[in-house]
Design a protein around this ligand. Structure first.
Ligand SMILES: [Zn+2]
Length: 197
């Protein structure tokens, strides 16, 4: 249930439902991205996680570029078939007033277990993906990955080149790569996944 005493439309003190459902792609294509009741319940918990992120990032504004995606929207943006976004369990964001995407990843990484994070992804050097365990699982993997045009890497890898399209900024709505990582995959080898994602 939502917290008591919140303004209408808020999931938590600093996050509204709209922030998690707004999508340029959905608007352009006339997709109704209203969450299901189950997804809404997950979004409330995801917003609670984002409150922890916000506090860790100096209470600066968190800009969510992609939150919930209904199946039609997820297909439209080429999202992974098992994306956490489909369930209301994922968010892509930046905190520009705090620092770079890399800075934000480094701030969050020590807290994956403490906060019950399933996946933290430094994605295309352009945004942070954070995901909670996808129902019916409640087991968070505490996985930290870097994903970009070069492939998937274990941990936060700062030296890889960002994908070209990441320079465009704004709402990306793409992130085909996020979540499309099998459990345990990040444990392999030196981290580089030559087949990409
Ligand atoms: Zn994502």
């Amino acid at each position: 249930m939502p917290q008591q005493g919140l303004p209408p439309g808020n999931l938590t003190p600093h996050f509204t439902l709209h922030e998690f459902t707004a999508s340029d792609t959905a608007a352009m294509r006339g997709i109704n991205n209203t969450p299901t009741p189950a997804a809404l319940a997950q979004l409330e918990q995801t917003a609670e996680l984002m409150e922890l992120v916000r506090a860790k990032c100096g209470a600066n504004p968190v800009l969510i570029s992609s939150g919930y995606r209904c199946p039609a929207l997820n297909s439209a943006v080429g999202g992974a078939s098992n994306s956490a976004h489909l369930y209301g369990c994922g968010a892509d964001f930046t905190v520009p007033a705090f620092g770079s995407v890399l800075d934000v990843c480094h701030a969050i990484e020590p807290h994956l277990a403490e906060w019950g994070v399933d996946q933290l992804i430094y994605e295309n050097a352009a945004w942070v993906h954070i995901g909670r365990a996808i129902p019916p699982s409640t087991t968070a993997r505490h996985q930290c990955l870097t994903i970009n045009s070069g492939g998937t890497y274990n941990g936060i890898v700062a030296s890889v080149q960002p994908a070209e399209e990441s320079a465009t900024g704004g709402r990306h709505d793409r992130d085909q790569a996020d979540d499309d990582v099998r459990p345990g995959r990040c444990r392999q080898g030196s981290g580089h996944e030559p087949e990409g994602v």
